[in-house]
Write a protein that binds this ligand. Structure first.
Ligand code: ZN
Length: 265
């Protein structure tokens, strides 16, 4: 939206659309069951975060206390599109914002599916280096991108303290890269793209796959996409070509890799 009206600067109107962010005040139903393209029904209920969250209980593997947190009903979301680096653009909220679980008692934080995966030695590291300093924060049910970033950065710090595997750290950096793009922060997007690239390159060689549902072909594709983002064309083409000729990659992933290669030319 920001770029559409920059030409109106000469009329002194460049700032006006900021008060009117939407050209159309409705959403297109791109993935409707009957073929899509339909407008959302008139009189549809206004957005209420309570319709998309539920209470989930966790037992903290570090301090052994239990706590509850809000989790997202992902089945209620619609995937509108998937960006070149596999960021799913969802409606009406981005479920990735909500994927970090934080223990309010000890400050242990991790991506939900990694939360239980911690050895007693790693738990001791969290208790020694995180817990004594940790000040719990309250969050509303609906998180904005800055809250998501601070929660993921806490998870990233925890992953460093507990010497997590490359793949876990890379996965957190991937999400942070997406969030900084949402914010329009190009420098930090680049920074986290480099970190993700580093982490997944090492994970591909050393870690057990898949990592959070990402198999070797998907990670290879991501490396190609990240090299492209970072303007390393030769490396990007190499990894994307690896996906295209892979015997195990899905047809869909191969199509994506081909499209990205064509876009680069
Ligand atoms: Zn805890």
């Amino acid at each position: 939206m920001d770029n559409i009206f920059t030409r109106l600067d000469k009329f002194g109107l460049a700032d006006v659309p900021k008060d009117k962010p939407n050209i159309f005040d409705f959403e297109l139903d791109m993935q409707g069951e009957k073929g899509g393209g339909a407008l959302r029904e008139e009189g549809a209920a206004p957005f209420d975060i309570e319709n998309y969250v539920y209470v989930k209980q966790f037992n903290c593997p570090v301090c052994e206390k239990s706590f509850t947190t809000k989790a997202i009903k992902e089945s209620k979301l619609r995937v509108m599109s998937v960006e070149f680096d596999l960021h799913p653009v969802c409606h009406p909220i981005d479920p990735n914002f909500y994927d970090v679980v934080i223990c309010p008692n000890c400050g242990y934080a991790a991506v939900k599916d990694f939360f239980k995966n911690i050895t007693s030695r790693q738990a001791d590291m969290i208790l020694a280096d995180i817990t004594p300093n940790y000040i719990a924060q309250n969050y509303p049910d609906r998180l904005d991108v800055d809250m998501a970033i601070e929660r993921y950065e806490l998870a990233l710090l925890n992953s460093m303290v507990k010497n997590a595997r490359n793949g876990e750290k890379a996965y957190i950096c991937l999400k942070l890269m997406w969030f900084y793009r949402i914010k329009g922060d190009v420098d930090n997007q680049r920074l986290f793209a480099e970190l993700t690239l580093k982490g997944f390159s090492a994970a591909l060689i050393k870690d057990d796959l898949p990592i959070m549902g990402l198999n070797g072909d998907t990670i290879t594709y991501l490396l190609g996409a990240l090299y492209m983002l970072l303007d390393s064309k030769n490396s990007a083409l190499k990894f994307l070509s690896d996906v295209v000729i892979s015997k195990t990659a899905s047809a869909r992933l191969k199509d994506r890799a081909r499209d990205l290669k064509n876009n680069m030319r």
